[in-house]
Design a protein around this ligand. Structure first.
Ligand code: EPZ
Length: 442
């Protein structure tokens, strides 16, 4: 179990390129199951979740060859349709192989998905759509697996009851080879989905965004292989932008995704941050004194749930009282007790909400006793060093940012969570001037 030893107080300055988007790469790898021809993906981030997905595909009869940021996937002959429990439990996106396996083999056995500890994260919306397309799916609690079969998947019109990013993608992956046309209504708008659509269309699929929240997929008999380059990771850009602001530094992102970060840029500038766009680059800095800005998370094009944890660190350095209302996941504040150890002034509260069953993106029945959907941060506070623990990916980056902003030497435990989604995080932060070293705790 590795830890980071971080000496805070140094402004981070320099230029950095974003790695490939984790939340596209994982689904692009799943898409390789839709063809028997080789698929070559470039711009793939070298992170643990991608390596895990490679292992998962190998278990399903694919040869997966990594060469730096390019991966080649091709048929390996020994087909399978079962995802091992221990693999599936560590990788939430493992459940997405349901679509391609049902579409091509008519059978799939997958474990109940895991992922970050940020809520129950069921896949009821995924399953409901697949069943409507003709799949028979049952959960066997005695072995912890979903058992799925489908003679043939047929195109349907399916309206999601609530937004689901990977649910939308799972149904797209199932519909590309289905008989007839599928229309997904109330479909998610996260931009990563459009990158997956572009990949699938380059393999011969026929998918269009027929309306803002509607996607139409015309089933085709087969998909061919090809080559595709993954878009950069906009969630990384938010992390580095806030790193610049909370350390009083200045960071230029050379492959900026600013056009997909409007909700973040609005809030960041309102808080006093500066973000200068120049062609493909955006340069972030604190712009002097920061002021508190309230945010409520929402599916794209809203303020993304993945940004609220790093945003909390920014608000500890801002003058006034800022609220963060998390409306997408039911428990995504695991970083709060850790930030309080460093001197942050944060309290939980329950904002009045008209119709919570509709307002919150999670199933209202999934909330845990004693949960609170919002926090209030009083600032600015001088964060001091502490020993902190990471429990999920974005919370992890948050604690690193806080340690970089704090005075003194902090110890950050649970670095394996960071390795899931940030490529070479310590090397890249050090290149920007961070006083940080990784030590093995064994
Ligand atoms: C994806 O998660 C991303 N993960 C998340 O990023 C991201 O935060 C989220 O979308 C929102 O954009 C990947 O793409 C791998 P949802 P996903 O389905 O698809 C509930 C990261 O750090 N729900 O839109 O799981 C669900 O529990 C990760 O990179 C159901 O109840 O998000 C959640 O509370 C974290 N039933 C809410 O809806 C379902 O069938 C939104 O989930 C599906 C979802």
């Amino acid at each position: 179990m590795d830890i980071f030893v971080i000496r805070g107080g140094t402004p981070l300055v320099g230029s950095i390129a974003l790695a490939g988007a984790k939340n596209v790469a994982l689904k692009a790898l799943v898409a390789s199951l839709l063809t028997d021809e080789p698929l070559i993906l470039s711009g793939v981030p070298l992170i643990r979740d991608v390596a895990l997905m490679g292992e998962l595909l190998a278990g399903l009869g694919r040869k997966v060859i990594f060469n730096e940021h390019t991966v080649r996937i091709e048929r390996d002959g020994k087909d399978s349709f079962q995802v091992p429990l221990e693999l599936g439990a560590r990788l939430r996106t493992s459940s997405m192989v349901l679509g391609p396996l049902l579409a091509r083999r008519g059978e799939a056995i997958i474990p109940n998905p895991g992922g970050c500890r940020i809520g129950a994260r069921p896949i009821d919306r995924h399953i409901e759509g697949l069943v409507k397309m003709g799949a028979d799916i049952s959960y066997h609690s005695e072995d912890g697996y979903f058992h799925a079969r489908a003679k043939k998947l047929t195109g349907v019109t399916y309206e999601f009851p609530k937004n689901t990013h990977t649910g939308t993608e799972t149904l797209i992956l199932a519909a590309v080879l289905a008989e007839g046309t599928t229309v997904l209504r109330n479909a998610a708008q996260e931009i990563e989905i459009d990158d997956l659509i572009a990949l699938l269309n380059s393999m011969g699929a026929q998918i269009t965004r027929s309306d803002t929240r509607e996607i139409t997929i015309k089933g085709v008999p087969s998909l061919h292989g090809g080559a595709y380059s993954i878009m950069p990771d906009r969630n990384e850009e938010v992390t580095f932008a806030i790193a610049a602001a909370v350390t009083g530094g200045r960071i230029t992102i050379t492959n900026s995704q600013h056009e997909h970060l409007e909700a973040f840029l609005d809030a960041f500038r309102k808080a006093g941050g500066t973000a200068e766009v120049e062609g493909a680059t955006t340069t972030y800095a604190s712009g002097g004194a920061l002021t508190a800005v309230d945010v409520t998370t929402a599916p794209h094009p809203g303020f993304m749930t993945d940004w609220q944890a790093p945003w909390a660190v920014l608000m500890t350095q801002a003058k006034g009282s800022a609220t963060i209302h998390e409306a997408v996941f039911e428990s995504r504040f695991s970083y709060v007790p850790e930030l309080k150890k460093m001197g942050a002034d944060i309290s939980f509260f329950d904002p009045p909400v008209e119709n919570p069953e509709v307002f919150y993106n999670y199933n209202w029945s999934d909330r845990v006793p004693g949960f609170h959907p919002a926090i209030r941060i009083a600032g600015p506070t001088h964060l001091h060093n502490a020993v902190v623990n990471i429990t999920d990916l974005r919370a992890g980056a948050t604690l690193v940012l806080a340690a970089l902003a704090a005075q003194g030497e902090s110890y950050v435990h649970g670095i394996e969570h960071l390795d899931r989604g940030y490529e070479a995080f310590e090397t890249r932060l050090s290149q920007l001037g961070a006083q940080l070293k990784r030590i093995n705790e064994e």
